[in-house]
Design a protein. Structure first.
Lengths: 246, 265
């Protein structure tokens, strides 16, 4: 076991990230973005659709190294990644999907984890037999199965109906509280951001950079609908440009 | 997942769900036509099904037919394994690495268009009339087809799953086993399906030109004797063997490999 917090503070500084379109045009995606991710906190990056949030997540995960800047993710950092789609292996059962990313996981840990996200009886099933909501739960369990030093969540609740999405958000909070993990979540949904964030980072449209870094001090467990609306109203007043649409 | 080259499951589904009755009737109809044609022709050049069946039974029990079938089957199997192994590795590399693709693409096209006969003759001339030359020549005829099919599969690999594998730092072996190979499975199936039929046809030519046993050799011998009964007998016997392999080996294996598919939600 490595000591808790040995790898948990991550510094991200991206000076410039440019996409090159099929016709050769240069589209700047990120410019001068600096983030300091606090250990065992939930940092939520909120920005309009298409502002480069997914690009940023891919850079942090080491999936894209064509940028100018520095991402302080040490070699050997264990990642958990929940993508916008579940991205499960359709030819492997739910149990295998989890074991493949976390070969060292014990059966007891695995069963406890899947029970905590409510998919205990889905272990022998194949992903195509699951609804999108259930597949997302599997993806959530998989992301935690690696006991990640850094958990990346890229709009993990899009294209779900609001009730299912809300249940999954609460579930994420439960699992995350039981397993304190440094996490970065990106979303364009203001209320989702307010419900989940310790640290709410507001991003500008493309080329994106940090507009404001707002701590939310009310514990997540006390954020019911009324509290979320209250914080929302407050933030709308302070950052009308970022919250008006939500 | 998308499959560009072949959808063997979709085609097979129709057959297996209607039951074997249609297939049996179809074969019986063919035998009937053959029987009538033979009766009408009354020629030594078109023996009827009963006569051919008698020849097959007789040759299997008292002659060399089983040994000849066995040696041909062995050559088919050896060529098949060699062609699939080499073809899959090269096809995967060409699909994944554009530089390899550019370097090898002209050779694939040359091999695809080189007549089987040329390869066989050159193999015999250069390497002698031996088993290795025969099997190598057959495999070389099949390899470009395997390459082209598997390369198509490698190009169609899901980039989302690739990102998943990289984000979770899967080991290269785990990625190959759990992410890459299952996606290529339909392409392997398509390549091996068309492979077996192509290979056994070429094996007969190889045997005819430079081997002193096997079905091809027997066909050649009986052609010179104008023994049509024997030619049809060997053909029927070997086609039966290939059908048995298809139904008893290839299809059950494929069903096992694709059992995760088409499950109801």
């Amino acid at each position: 076991m490595r000591p808790a917090g040995a790898i948990s503070r991550f510094k991200i500084r991206i000076e410039e990230k440019t996409h090159i379109g099929a016709d050769g045009t240069r589209i700047p995606a990120i410019r001068d973005l600096v983030l300091d991710i606090k250990p065992q906190s939930m940092t939520v990056l909120m920005g309009p659709s298409g502002c480069g949030k997914t690009t940023l997540m891919r850079i942090v995960a080491g999936l894209d190294d064509r940028y100018v800047g520095e991402v302080g993710i040490p070699e050997g950092t264990r990642l958990g990644f929940m993508f916008q789609e579940p991205r499960l292996l359709p030819w492997r059962t739910v149990r295998q999907n989890i074991q493949i990313v976390a070969p060292a996981i014990s059966n007891a840990d695995l069963e406890q984890l899947v029970a905590s996200v409510g998919i205990a009886d889905m272990l022998p099933r194949y992903p195509q037999e699951l609804s999108l909501g259930l597949a997302r739960r599997v993806a959530l369990a998989r992301a935690f199965a690696t006991k990640p030093d850094l958990l990346l969540l890229d709009e993990p609740f899009v294209s779900l109906d609001e009730r299912t999405a809300d249940r999954l958000r609460r579930l994420l909070l439960e699992v995350w509280s039981a397993r304190p993990t440094t996490a970065i979540l990106v979303t364009h949904n203001a209320r989702e951001a307010i419900l989940l964030a310790d640290q709410l980072v507001l991003l500008a449209p493309r080329p994106t950079h940090v507009v404001a870094d707002v701590p939310i001090t009310v514990p997540q467990s006390e954020r019911d609908a009324a509290v979320v609306e209250e914080i929302y109203a407050d933030l709308l007043e302070r950052y009308p440009a970022n919250f008006a649409a939500g | 997942m998308s499959v560009g080259v072949a959808r063997p499951d979709a085609l097979r589904g129709v057959r297996s769900y209607r039951g074997p009755l249609t297939s049996i009737l179809s074969v019986a109809g063919f035998l009937l036509v053959w029987f009538i044609a033979a009766e009408v022709a009354q020629s030594r050049l078109l023996p009827g099904p009963a006569e051919v069946a008698r020849y097959v039974a007789n040759e299997s029990l008292h002659g060399d037919m089983l040994a000849e079938l066995g040696i041909t089957l062995w050559r088919v199997a050896a060529s098949f394994v060699v062609a699939m192994l080499i073809g899959c590795v090269i096809g995967l590399l060409m699909g994944e690495l554009p530089a390899v693709n550019r370097a090898l693409d002209p050779w694939v096209i040359v091999l695809l268009n080189l007549p089987a006969l040329v390869i066989i003759i050159l193999a015999y001339v250069w390497f002698g009339l031996n088993e290795a030359a025969a099997i190598g020549a057959v495999a070389l005829n099949k390899i470009p087809n395997v390459i082209v099919t598997v390369r198509e599969g490698a190009r169609a690999l899901d980039p989302g799953l690739d990102e998943m594998a990289r984000a979770y730092r899967l080991s290269p072996l785990s990625k190959l086993r759990n992410v890459t190979l299952p996606q290529l499975q339909p392409y392997f199936a398509a390549a091996s399906r068309s492979g077996i039929s192509l290979i056994w046809k070429i094996v007969l030519v190889v045997e005819l030109l430079g081997r002193s046993n096997g079905v091809g050799f027997e066909l050649h011998l009986n052609f010179q004797l104008f023994n049509v009964t024997a030619i049809l007998g060997y053909t029927v016997a070997f086609v039966t063997v290939m059908l048995a392999i298809e139904y008893l080996l290839v299809q059950p294996l494929e069903r096992r490999a694709t059992r995760w598919r088409n499950k109801p939600v």
